[in-house]
Design a protein around this ligand. Sequence first.
Ligand SMILES: Nc1ncnc2c1ncn2[C@@H]1O[C@H](COP(=O)(O)OP(=O)(O)OP(=O)(O)O)[C@@H](O)[C@H]1O
Length: 296
Amino acid sequence: MENIFSYQLNMLRQKKSLSQEIIAQKLYVSRQSVSKWERGDAEPDIDKLIALADIFGVDLNYLLAGQQSPEELLLKLTAVRKGFKKPVLNDVNLEIYGKDRIALLGSNGSGKSTIVNIIAGMLRPDAGHIERLFDPKEDLNVMPQENTLIETLRLAEHIALSAGIHRIYSTQFVSGLLQKFHLEEQANVRISDLSGGQKRRLALLLSVMSSSKLLILDEPTVGMDLESIDFFWNYMDHVAGSVLTITHDFNQIDRYFNRVLLLKDGVIVQDEKVTVIHSNNQTIEEWYRKYNNNEG
Ligand SMILES: Nc1ncnc2c1ncn2[C@@H]1O[C@H](COP(=O)(O)OP(=O)(O)OP(=O)(O)O)[C@@H](O)[C@H]1O
């Protein structure tokens, strides 16, 4: 597999006009180590990765995963069907590419969560085919709709546990995340004692702490106050991989997404570029109302 980190390191170093020697000095390693990292012969420890992200002024996520090519096919659903007591998904066909920022729209109960749960591997389709062109263990992050936090842990412990699972734990890393997500004051609070909005903020933190090729967010801003909602959308700018979000936050779709999908009657009936909708002098909300109500 292509070593994205080696590429990113080389590219960022050139961009900042920093020599391998200078990087080596800043990290207290030999120039040969930096050279090995750039050749993909070795990888730095997590503390060095954090320091490198700091030197280049980028997110760890970006340093590790980089930007994907818009042509890179990540996921393909073909003729996917799923029902519970009644049919929900009848014939879902979908391709997701690198750099896609997709908002999945549809009425309540139309099957949006069912699609993302199938993509995330949490549900099996009744029929159809799913091709995942990435490693779901390493390259897929999910922020589910329901609370999946461990209520008995304290907030900082939960972050440390998740970082350990991703093999990216360090005290510096955890304190950096607490600071970035404005959760420092709650570091020692038990999850069960956090407010609903604070839990959502933590859930977001956990879902983006490690780099991924595809990030899935199921109604991420539900239950957040205005400040947290602003924080959330601004944070989306720092996410390097593709994003598939269920949201009805129409104003934000205009700003942060490049593609919208409309799920209706168990089928993706519309799959459109945001720029095309805008060039027709429509807002996303107008577009949604038109096609979801079948006025088109
Ligand atoms: N585990 C399940 N068991 C039984 N029925 C289910 C299950 N999961 C979903 N459903 C049903 O499937 C349909 C689609 O549900 P889904 O949650 O995917 O819709 P949604 O579009 O995400 O809805 P919302 O916008 O309300 O979150 C609903 O009728 C729901 O009741």
